[in-house]
Design a binder for this molecule. Sequence first.
Ligand SMILES: Cc1cc2nc3c(=O)[nH]c(=O)nc-3n(C[C@H](O)[C@H](O)[C@H](O)COP(=O)(O)OP(=O)(O)OC[C@H]3O[C@@H](n4cnc5c(N)ncnc54)[C@H](O)[C@@H]3O)c2cc1C
Length: 392
Amino acid sequence: MSKQVLIAGAGVGGLAAAVASARAGWQPRVFEQAGSFTEAGAGIQLGPNATRLLEAWGLGPALEQVAAFPLRLAVRSAGSGEVLAQLPLGPSALERYGAPYATLHRADLHRLLLGGAQAAGAELLVDARIDRARETADGVLVSLAGAAQEIEGDALVGADGLWSSVRQQFWADGAPAPTGHLAYRALLAQRDLPAHLRSDEVAVWLGPRLHVVTYPVHRGEWLNVVAIVHGSATGDLQPWDLAAAGADLQQALGVTCTTLQDLVRAAPAWRLWVLHARPPLQGGQAMARGRVALVGDAAHPMRPYLAQGAGMAIEDAQELGRCLAMAADQIADVPTVLRRYALNRWERCARVQRQAERNGRIFHATGPVQWGRDLSLRLLGERLLDQPWLYR
Ligand SMILES: Cc1cc2nc3c(=O)[nH]c(=O)nc-3n(C[C@H](O)[C@H](O)[C@H](O)COP(=O)(O)OP(=O)(O)OC[C@H]3O[C@@H](n4cnc5c(N)ncnc54)[C@H](O)[C@@H]3O)c2cc1C
């Protein structure tokens, strides 16, 4: 009989872990607390490091059907709209890295992974919140909310996101901290926009204490806009999708170029994320212990300024599958392969967490630092923007 991996959460990380562990010869059982397998709106960028894995899992054709493949990344001044630097993407990314740079609607990515998990034979349950979990001498036991019986497996994967309860039960290291940044996001139908607002590029608009990212999603039919500003929100901070007002955003952005102002006005609705993060991982013990492992935001929540949170979750899943295969083949026991998974992943994830934090400081620079940044971007352009260590 195949070994069973119990997976808490059916976000990008949980579904990717289901695909990879099924490919490794395990039987995945995914438990999702929500009543249906859905993902909130807005967009997501996936670098070649992540799309390469989707292709390896046979999901390349599905990706091609729903994604956009922008031709360039342009860094612009939020004040003037001027292009400070650019990096060719499209065929150029494909040539450099052997896989595309894609931008997607989150729901499209989610559906694509869900299809992959179903096709791989994963068992998927909704309305199934994992409340408690414990390790026994030769397995794991989880209890679902409202159910008396425990469910047994050979390993438990916490893919339950930023507020991971698996992490709290096994690591008990407190809650993630607010970063002091707010993310406003909106989706705009490109066909309804005047020509000067339509776009087929990834654009990052830099201003003092703010940046705005725009890119096409859903085959280019929609434009995703994310504006990051400094600020805090009160009340229940856990939902990452609070209703937000465009007027608040306009005030937070202050004086920007007319294109950005027009975009803010053109959006039919804004939603708000209160951004949280944890410090970079310090070692493998933070990602696995015994028969329990963490993937994605449960393990390494990060600021979204390198656009790699979901990318790292997909990479985690691939490495988890590679290591689980050793236990399926009886080469090593489950705790050993999970330890190996964590040792192989933590340093890269920590580097991405650090780089994302650094990007935030650079993007939001003011005064002489901002001046130096813009000069470097103009002089070094592509050399500053390309990230071979990450995409390769
Ligand atoms: C503004 C913003 C922009 C971003 N842009 C990008 C980008 O361009 N590219 C990129 O790669 N990343 C980006 N990210 C990061 C990315 O969204 C996350 O890293 C990614 O969604 C994490 O996936 P996950 O599966 O680990 O967690 P989640 O997506 O949070 O999924 C966790 C799942 O677990 C479920 N769950 C929770 N607790 C339980 C429980 N006890 N039992 C059962 N189920 C449970 C939840 O309902 C949820 O479905 C961005 C993030 C933000 C905030």
